[in-house]
Design a protein around this ligand. Structure first.
Ligand code: PEP
Length: 249
């Protein structure tokens, strides 16, 4: 049985005062939640999250990481070892906004996943098709390619990977994949993991992301291959995010 995970991607939102308020409300509201819970703040607020989340059941992560494994002349980059040193548990890799706006390709994403795992950070690999790709019936091909590139570089035993299926057309749009649409892709990703190793397929969590809210979380999370959610907009509202966290055991 895989332990559920709900991760809140704050994207480029928030300031110190808002984070004090959000986490002040969130911590008591999810103290008895059964799922693992993480917040993913902008990197400059990682130390503040570390301070505010001490003693709680909420951990934190980063939204991006360098593929470079050694410290060096890489202005603006953050090494996985630095994020680990600052207390991060998770790191998002290959979010569709980074792929679309910052030109991250599958090879770079695979390098970032490998760097994260080498530093004992848990990468959350984001994959998903665009609306045009779904309409052209290319969803499984696109997602399969995004997953395969990473799996082909994974050393055995790396079950600390989490995959988030996030159809690009559902991110921040209010459109959500139906539970059946999501389950079809999650089962396909699970079959890709199984082709690599059965142990990986059993252990790796596959999250759904794309306009998850309290109103649709329970139905999505009840699907057999959906092990939790990657939540954007709704994670900025403590009560809404807490309700999502309580929608899965
Ligand atoms: C995301 O940013 O990963 C995301 C799923 O956003 P939203 O929940 O706002 O669609």
């Amino acid at each position: 049985m895989r332990q559920a995970l709900i991760a809140g991607n704050w994207k480029m939102h928030g300031d110190s005062q808002q984070i004090h308020q959000l986490l002040g409300e969130l911590k008591p509201a999810v103290a008895d939640a059964e799922a693992d819970i993480a917040v993913i703040p902008p990197a400059v607020y990682i130390p503040l999250c570390d301070e505010l989340l001490k003693g709680s059941n909420v951990v934190f992560g980063a939204q991006n990481v360098s593929e470079q494994r050694e410290q060096g002349a890489f202005t603006g980059e953050l090494a996985a070892s630095m994020l680990k040193d600052c207390g991060c548990t998770y790191v998002l890799v290959g979010h569709s906004e980074r792929r679309a706006l910052y030109g991250e390709n599958d090879a770079l994403v695979a390098g970032k996943v490998a760097a994260a795992l080498a530093a004992e950070l848990k990468p959350i690999l984001c994959v998903g098709e665009s609306r045009a790709q779904r309409e052209a019936n290319e969803t499984l091909e696109v997602v399969g390619q995004q997953v395969d590139v990473v799996l082909s570089t994974l050393a055995d035993g790396h079950d600390q990977l989490t995959i988030a299926y996030e159809p690009v057309w559902a991110i921040g749009t209010g459109l959500t994949a139906s539970p059946e649409q999501a389950q079809e892709v999650h089962a396909f990703i699970r079959s890709k993991l199984a082709a690599h190793s059965q142990a990986l397929a059993e252990k790796v969590r596959i999250l759904y992301g794309g306009s998850v809210k309290a109103a649709n979380a329970k139905e999505l999370f009840s699907q057999p291959d959906i092990d939790g959610g990657l939540v954007g907009g709704a994670s900025l509202d403590a009560a809404e995010f807490a309700a999502i966290c309580h929608s899965i055991g």
